[in-house]
Design a protein around this ligand. Structure first.
Ligand SMILES: Nc1ncnc2c1ncn2[C@@H]1O[C@H](COP(=O)(O)OP(=O)(O)OP(=O)(O)O)[C@@H](O)[C@H]1O
Ligand SMILES: [Mg+2]
Length: 223
């Protein structure tokens, strides 16, 4: 039995990779799944920092182990080895078209692509689509999930449809996979800063809409 391997990747910086990877790890752990978060972003170590905040600030919350691995030459076999010891691996990658991201896509089950619906993010999509296409040729089980992130509340209906329309023309192999959306909400940054997921915020900090959106992303990835 090997783990499901979920890689969160997009070479566009700030698209929401770490936010989504950490929240997926929380939801997976809350579902009783033995989950490992892999920080493959050597520059920032954001997921690793999040995990250590979690351990220090919330030792009573479900434990999420995090390891750092980023060497593009070795990360593929290392991930496959780790996959024999956990039920789910969630890999947060860096904001570069790195050998590590390509290697992770080669062994993954699902590539989660966060994208903000503004021009500069959208124009960068062909790069990740190319990584997906190449990986998929050698790893046919690889699926993709698009997360339209940080959309403005007023364009929550329109933006994903417009993005899909554009992608059908420019990145058709990614466009046919399921889309989910996350509205721009302060709760995401707050949760990350506390080492928790949006679903774990409590009292006045809890934002039920954010929690529900993230659960929908998790459900889409679980299918
Ligand atoms: N849906 C959202 N609403 C509001 N803020 C968000 C949302 N998603 C992400 N952010 C914020 O956007 C910023 C970038 O997010 P994040 O660090 O997850 O992106 P990233 O893709 O991991 O960045 P990098 O490429 O630098 O690794 C963070 O400050 C995060 O809190
Ligand atoms: Mg990051």
């Amino acid at each position: 039995m090997t783990a499901r391997i979920i890689v969160v990747g997009n070479e566009k910086g700030g698209s929401g990779k770490t936010t989504i990877a950490t929240n997926l790890a929380v939801l997976s752990a809350l579902n009783g799944i033995d989950t490992l978060l892999v920080d493959a972003d050597p520059g920032q170590k954001s997921s690793a920092l999040w995990a250590s905040h979690r351990l220090e600030g919330h030792p009573d919350y479900p434990r999420i182990s995090c390891v750092e691995r980023s060497d593009g030459r070795t990360i593929g076999p290392v991930i496959e080895d780790l996959a024999t010891r956990y039920q789910t691996l969630i890999v947060d990658t860096g904001a570069v078209d790195s050998p590590a991201l390509r290697a992770c896509a080669m062994v993954a089950d699902t590539l989660v692509v966060p994208v903000q619906p503004d021009a500069l993010d959208v124009w960068a999509l062909p790069t990740i689509a190319n990584i997906y296409d190449r990986a998929q040729q050698l790893n046919p089980k690889l699926q993709a999930r698009i997360v339209v992130n940080r959309i403005l509340h007023q364009s929550a209906e329109r933006a994903p449809a417009e993005l899909r329309e554009w992608m059908l023309q420019e990145t058709p192999t990614l466009a046919t996979h399921p889309f989910t959306t996350l509205v721009a909400r302060a709760a995401y940054g707050r949760a990350t800063g506390e080492g928790v997921g949006v679903c774990e915020l409590k009292g006045r900090e809890l934002d039920a809409k954010a929690a529900n959106e993230m659960r929908a992303v998790y459900e889409a990835i679980s299918q």
